[in-house]
Design a protein around this ligand. Structure first.
Ligand code: TIU
Length: 223
């Protein structure tokens, strides 16, 4: 067993062969100018700032042969998989899903805005999950893939902490996965949301799982 001693609320142990790294929605739409995140009225500085941290974690995971899963939030070009309520709220906020933007149609599969940022481009053999919702389990085959690979622990990073990271974390927790959320490899647009979201994971004896910084995890992967 590998151990992240510094994890909270207590040490997190994991077996690399039964652990997946889940990188949530590190897409241009959330991390690059003119995307969905910025059009919702957010500053993307904080979501961009974690890119180098995730790069290091991704390299460590690849070197150790840890299963890597990338996710992307987005919709079919005809919007048939976008619930009307989600579409309505995006339009009210000025970031209409499917509207034209500087990186193509907002949050639409196949557009530049939907692509993962170049620094974190998935390798050919890595899993990419396209999801219509905030959670990575809803209307995807993630659960099946994790079961097929006999996974028990998930290392979760990406954006945004309080939205897609949390929804995925909660879905995973209910399915019995042991989840470690990386405090400095996740980001919210507002630091208040980041603090609250991280606190919520590890409160009440780790109600949803564990948290840690990325460096202790990388050291544990390399143990
Ligand atoms: N708006 C916001 O904070 N997040 C999202 O809409 N999606 C994800 O978190 N990926």
């Amino acid at each position: 067993m590998n151990v992240v001693k510094e994890a909270l609320p207590y040490a997190f142990d994991f077996s690399p062969t039964r652990t997946a790294l889940i990188i949530i929605d590190m897409q241009n739409d959330f991390c690059s100018p003119g995307g969905f995140g910025e059009k919702l009225g957010n500053d993307i500085t904080l979501t961009r700032a974690i890119i180098p941290v995730i790069q290091q974690l991704l390299q460590a995971a690849r070197d150790a042969g840890i299963l890597v899963v990338h996710t992307r939030e987005g919709h079919l070009p005809d919007l048939s998989d976008c619930p009307p309520a989600k579409l309505e709220r995006s339009k009210k906020q000025g970031a209409g899903i499917g509207d034209a933007g500087p990186m193509g149609r907002i949050l639409i599969r196949g557009e530049t805005g939907h692509e993962i940022v170049p620094e974190l481009t998935p390798l050919e053999n890595e899993i990419v999950i396209d999801k219509p919702g905030k959670g990575a389990f809803y209307k995807t085959n993630l659960e099946h893939l994790l079961e097929q690979n006999n996974m028990e622990s998930l290392l979760i990073c990406g954006v945004t902490t309080h939205v897609c990271v949390h929804t995925t974390l909660r879905e995973a927790n209910d399915r019995g996965y042991r989840c470690l959320v990386l405090e400095d490899a996740t980001a919210a647009f507002d630091p208040v949301d980041q603090l609250a979201a991280i606190h919520m994971v590890r409160q009440q004896g780790g109600i949803f799982g564990w948290t840690s910084l990325t460096l202790p995890l990388i050291e544990a992967i390399q143990q």
